[in-house]
Design a protein around this ligand. Structure first.
Ligand SMILES: [Zn+2]
Length: 56
């Protein structure tokens, strides 16, 4: 119910619920120091250097 709120896109600390602040690679809680790291948009797939998966 707060159109235009900038904090809507900020994650909150899972420990104390405080709105986290931006850091270089994610967010950090200003209260307890808990960090959330940004996840790469295209994570590397594991390399298959062995036989096929047993459940494939
Ligand atoms: Zn916190």
């Amino acid at each position: 119910m707060h159109p235009g709120s900038v904090e809507a896109e900020q994650p909150r600390c899972p420990v104390d619920g405080i709105v986290m602040r931006d850091i270089t690679d994610g967010w950090e809680c200003p209260a307890c120091g808990t960090r959330i790291d940004l996840v790469p948009p295209h994570p590397q797939l594991p390399e298959f250097d062995g036989p096929a998966l047993p459940n494939s």
